[in-house]
Design a protein around this ligand. Sequence first.
Ligand SMILES: *Cc1c(COP(=O)(O)O)cnc(C)c1O
Length: 217
Amino acid sequence: MGLSEIRQQIAAACALAGRDPAQVTLIAVSKQQPDDRVTAALDAGQRVFGENYVQEAQRKWPPLRDRFAGVELHLVGPLQSNKARAAVELFDAIHSIDRPSLAQRLARMVQDTGRAPRMFVQVNTGDEPQKAGISPAQADGFIAECLALDLPVIGCMCIPPDNADPTQHFRLLRDIAARNGLPALSMGMSADFQTAIAQGATHIRVGSAIFGARTTG
Ligand SMILES: *Cc1c(COP(=O)(O)O)cnc(C)c1O
């Protein structure tokens, strides 16, 4: 589809929802995309990117940041505790805070490095056993724990179950964030970002609809 079409669709979804497009950050998820596609998006002015894997991002982004000013990098994939330091050093936002051990480790790394990426608590809105994220029933307690650790948590993130109507999952996430006083909502991907915008998404994570199918491992 491409970046300009996505921007038009974001504007249309915002108009329908009576929202200002400036309230919706488009994160271009560039995981496993060939370099020329990522460079083309940078040339077209895109500056906010998402990656799933710390090591892939460590290889890819330092040279691109040397060439393009103002890049903002979001980690949207699961984070292993042993990569917490590298993640804090590289990323400007981390969307996958989902367990106390990781929160504690990140708090230590924020202290050690003096860097404080904005953070999202990932909620497993469908309570799917194979999926990352804190269970909705434990979300309030976990968010309080993160805030008590002084983590810069600004919002919640979810990935609705495949083959489910995402609307109820987006609403559940919105309710959890609202009752915990968190303003940001990271929700919506290529297939459902318009629905997410209608439900209040502030950060949408769009990969294949911008770049095409993922090709590299
Ligand atoms: C890969 C990925 C995306 C982007 O997915 P598309 O369907 O290609 O838009 C968004 N969020 C997360 C967490 C992802 O892993």
